[in-house]
Design a protein around this ligand. Structure first.
Ligand SMILES: Cc1cc2nc3c(=O)[nH]c(=O)nc-3n(C[C@H](O)[C@H](O)[C@H](O)COP(=O)(O)OP(=O)(O)OC[C@H]3O[C@@H](n4cnc5c(N)ncnc54)[C@H](O)[C@@H]3O)c2cc1C
Length: 437
């Protein structure tokens, strides 16, 4: 194949497609509408806090095979940090209780039988809920599969809300089941948590940019594509800021923009395309607090803790920053940033203080902070929205779709986004590797 592949959207789906194609010898141009690559996984300099921030805390698992293969291709695996073991510290705000789930490395979940490694208060009969989740189909929700109890409240619901970014009462059990089959069901060695040592851009975007440039990929930022046009049944034109541009006859296109944008851009060429229409937001609160050197125990080792019984869901400890994630946060849209910051700071103090070295404390007073709301963080992972996700191939022969919202079989995650990029690249035909199954 000799034509150029035009990749619209420079998020992780677009970058993963570009890498695959450029390594296979294809000519590639990326058109990114924003000022920088990375999309929903990016870092930036926050002048007010005087440090680098991620737009949102992102956690990867060792099960994310496509992500680790991508990191190896761009030489960036070493930029991730983590505890090196499948450990998940938790704090229950209402009970004032700390515990750490330590998954067994192999497939047999010995951890469930251990008071020291499991979930306090959990009953063995609750384990049936995990099997129900893994076998779930159709319209079942996460809540319908889980038996009420400590396993649900203190582990599975926190994991499901962060993996699906959707409340368990409406979240698709089938999507959660897919996550579990790829992680927990394979044992603890597939559940080792990892996150970027410095930032998302430093791990996932900047090294990819260098590699793509070495491979001769043209990268255009500030190049928002406003629409596409058909010529003889194929995508033949694209509307860029400088005007309408014609594609050469052998050219192909990967549309790797978010669902809402894809509907607009593709309206002229795929009028019947279905795509998710509902979104959930994610709230991140970054507090200026340097506690990394004063932490002890599992919070120090893991670098994060799950929080139960409050508004905060995960607290991440980073150099100079304590950072909190609240997923499925549409219900907090009316809360002011000031009120959220104050409430959640009280929760952070309750979670982090017990892990501080004796004689050190976190101040009562709210430290400098930043509240970041990602309004359309992911599509709402309900069964109905999942059914709207399109396959990568379209009715237009030289146009394929990519992005975390396409039919990846996973919720909207980095792994799903990157997988969709590979599937799209390989769907374009010879010159690429065999299709992913
Ligand atoms: C706060 C937050 C926390 C998250 N946490 C996790 C986590 O812990 N683990 C995990 O695996 N995933 C997490 N995710 C999800 C993950 O970030 C996304 O699934 C992934 O980044 C999506 O990549 P994408 O390439 O599909 O889409 P995007 O990142 O949205 O990329 C699409 C790109 O297209 C560009 N674009 C849009 N319209 C146009 C146009 N018309 N022309 C040109 N360019 C255009 C956009 O600017 C963007 O750069 C999180 C997401 C958020 C927001």
């Amino acid at each position: 194949m000799s034509g150029t592949v035009h990749i619209v959207g420079g998020g992780l789906a677009g970058l993963s497609a570009a890498l695959e194609l450029a390594e296979a010898g294809r000519r590639v141009t990326i058109y990114e509408g924003g000022p920088a690559l990375g999309g929903r996984a990016r870092s930036y300099e926050d002048k007010q806090l005087g440090c680098r921030l991620d737009n949102g805390n992102h956690l990867l698992l060792s099960a994310n095979e496509t992500v680790f293969a991508y990191l190896d291709r761009i030489g960036a695996r070493h930029t991730l940090v983590g505890p090196g073991a499948p450990i998940f510290p938790f704090h229950d705000l209402a009970a004032g209780l700390d515990w750490t789930v330590r998954l067994s490395p192999g497939r047999i979940p010995w951890w469930v039988f251990s008071n020291r490694r499991g979930v306090p208060g959990m009953r063995l009969k609750e384990l049936g809920g995990l099997l129900k989740l893994m076998r779930a189909r159709g319209d079942q929700t996460v809540s319908e599969c889980l038996d009420p109890g400590a396993l649900a409240d203190r582990l599975m619901i926190p994991l499901a809300v962060s993996a699906l970014n959707t409340r368990p009462e409406i979240a698709s059990a089938a999507l959660m089941g897919a996550v579990m089959r790829e992680s927990m069901a394979k044992g603890g060695s597939a559940c080792v948590p990892w996150f970027p040592a410095i930032g998302l851009s430093e791990s996932l975007v900047d090294p990819a940019t260098v590699r793509l440039q070495q491979l001769g990929v043209t990268i255009r930022t500030g190049a928002r594509v406003a629409g596409l046009g058909l010529v003889h049944g194929r995508v033949g034109t694209m509307l860029l800021p400088e005007g309408r541009v014609e594609l050469a006859p052998g050219d192909q296109m990967i549309l790797a923009v978010p669902a809402h944008s894809a509907r607009d851009v593709a309206a002229g060429v795929l009028p019947d395309m279905t795509a998710p229409t509902e979104y959930e937001s994610i709230l991140n609160l970054h507090y200026r607090a340097d506690v990394l050197d004063r932490l002890t125990g599992d919070l120090a080792r893991a670098g994060f803790a799950g929080v139960v019984g409050g508004m905060a869901e995960w607290v991440f400890v980073k150099p100079g920053i304590l950072s909190v994630t609240v997923s499925a946060a549409n219900h907090l849209a009316d809360h002011s940033a000031a009120a959220l910051a104050a409430t959640i700071w009280r929760e952070v103090r309750a979670v982090v203080s017990p892990a501080l070295q004796p004689g050190t404390t976190l101040p009562d007073a709210l430290p400098p902070h930043r509240v970041v709301r990602e309004k359309r963080a992911t599509f709402a992972a309900t069964p109905a929205q999942d059914r709207l996700r399109p396959q990568c191939r379209t009715s237009v022969p030289n146009l394929v779709l990519a992005g975390d919202w396409t039919a990846t079989g996973l919720p909207a995650t980095i792994e799903g986004a990157m997988r969709s990029g590979l599937v799209a690249a390989r769907a374009l035909g010879p010159g690429s590797r065999p299709p992913l199954t």
